[in-house]
Design a protein around this ligand. Structure first.
Ligand SMILES: [Zn+2]
Ligand SMILES: [Zn+2]
Length: 433
């Protein structure tokens, strides 16, 4: 064994590879245990702020590994700290929550969980965003960092964040003292799975990377009555239908195409049966932008068009719109991105670590950067190259996160995620930024 080790050491030197740092063989050895953990978490998903069992599983694992673990941070979040001498504090974040989606992956470990959400509605639950994979990767990374503590110095802060999908968990943890009760990190990193790259390929993007999202509910009012006598009613269904079409012109006719905007109407609710005209219809909007100013302009346009459509239909009152809290742009610190991308490319190769475009999806990872800490959210491809090639050929998109069919290609994705995380951590701990 000793000889093999020395031989590998010499080869690494000759190849110019970093001497310290993990080998793939070590992570291969972790895989069977981690696969079991992944399947357990996948089979038992929990919704935002209900991740009690999930958090307990991770906390137990981290405690066994020797981390100082605090639970119930920001309701259901956990923090695991490993102090390893003088040096920077680096935070690695995973999400804990799943989505109200009925799983259709056909996997033998598929979720059949049905539960009540915080609003009391009965919903199916599935890890449709890969947070189960992220958690498993963090546990693998946690183990590697303990077993190789002679290779780095500093404080490793592992964070299991609740409620990413409702974009409220990061804020809840920060409000609960994430950066005051615990060491304030010098850097925050995270890794999210992705449908656009082959399994195990890591994508980075400096600067604004994920969009601002806001989901207001627009309610339009009419005057209900018998379906046989529409002339005695003011039909809010027709009003809503016209409004849905009219709102499409905001992006196509009012917005500079160089300033990205998405306006989706993901739900319409009105009426109870076919022969009754209802009093009101509500529309669930989702608006994504890259700036607060653009968001303000789009919301004003929605209000203007909805009012005009209501007036055109003789509505008895103006529409109303709830204004929930808005998310924020994820901004990847440019210097941090450059540095980590270079370390990853050096260790994993230019082919496996690539620059990727920004996305219109959103993430409350934004809050860590907004709290003043240089932050970097990396993505990792999670689709088998064969499936990506097939999709390119047929033009049919592969399932993506939030799809009931989203199932990462586990082995290559998980192994590369752990490699990527440990390489990034070693660089941040050992090389002065
Ligand atoms: Zn998601
Ligand atoms: Zn996610």
């Amino acid at each position: 064994m000793q000889r093999v080790g020395k031989f590998a050491f010499v080869i690494a030197l000759l190849a110019g590879a970093p001497v310290s740092g993990q080998t793939s063989a070590e992570i291969d050895a972790y895989f069977p245990d981690l696969q079991a953990l992944y399947q357990d978490i996948h089979r038992n998903p929990e919704l935002a702020f209900q991740e009690v069992q999930t958090a307990a599983k991770l906390a137990a694992r981290l405690k066994t590994l020797g981390y100082d673990v605090t639970t119930a941070v920001g309701r259901t979040g956990i923090v695991g700290i490993l102090k390893n001498g003088a040096g920077p504090t680096v935070m690695l974040r995973t999400e804990l929550d799943a989505l109200p989606v009925a799983e259709k992956t056909g996997a033998p470990f598929a979720s059949t969980v049905v539960t009540k959400n915080l609003a009391g509605a009965t919903v199916p639950v599935m890890h449709a965003c890969g947070h189960d994979l992220h958690m498993t990767a963090v546990i693998g990374t946690a183990r590697w960092m303990v077993e190789h503590r002679q290779q780095w110095h500093g404080t490793l802060m592992l964070v299991g964040q609740p409620a990413e999908e409702s974009t409220s968990g990061a804020e809840a943890m920060l409000k609960d003292g994430l950066f005051t009760r615990f060491p304030r990190p010098d850097y925050v990193i995270g890794l999210h799975d992705d449908d656009s790259m082959p399994a195990g390929t890591i994508g980075y993007h400096a600067g604004p990377f994920r969009a601002i999202s806001i989901s207001p509910t627009l309610t339009m009012y009419g005057r209900g009555g018998h379906g046989a006598m529409p002339f005695n009613t003011i039909d809010p269904v027709v009003m809503a239908a016209r409004t849905v079409m009219a709102l499409q012109t905001i992006v196509s006719r009012e917005n500079d195409p160089m300033d990205p905007v998405v306006l989706t109407i993901g739900s319409i609710h009105g009426g109870t049966q076919a022969n009754v005209i209802p009093d009101e219809v509500s529309l669930g909007l989702n608006i994504r932008t890259y700036s607060d100013e653009t968001q303000k302009r789009i919301l004003a346009a929605v209000t203007r068009i909805a009012r005009a459509e209501a007036a055109a239909a003789r509505a008895p009152r103006e529409p109303t719109m709830t204004m929930p809290e808005s998310g924020h742009v994820v901004v990847n610190d440019p210097a941090l991105t450059k540095r980590v991308a270079a370390a990853l490319q050096k260790a994993m190769g230019q082919q496996q670590v690539i620059e990727m475009p920004a996305k219109m999806t959103s993430e409350d990872f934004a809050e860590y950067g907004r709290a003043g800490v240089p932050a970097l959210l990396l993505h990792i491809g999670a689709v088998s190259p064969a499936k990506l090639a097939e999709s390119k050929r047929t033009g049919i998109p592969v399932p993506a996160p939030h799809s009931p069919e989203w199932l990462p290609d586990l082995e290559p994705t998980l192994k590369a995620a752990i490699r990527g995380e440990t390489i990034a951590l070693l660089d941040l701990f050992n090389n002065a930024g």
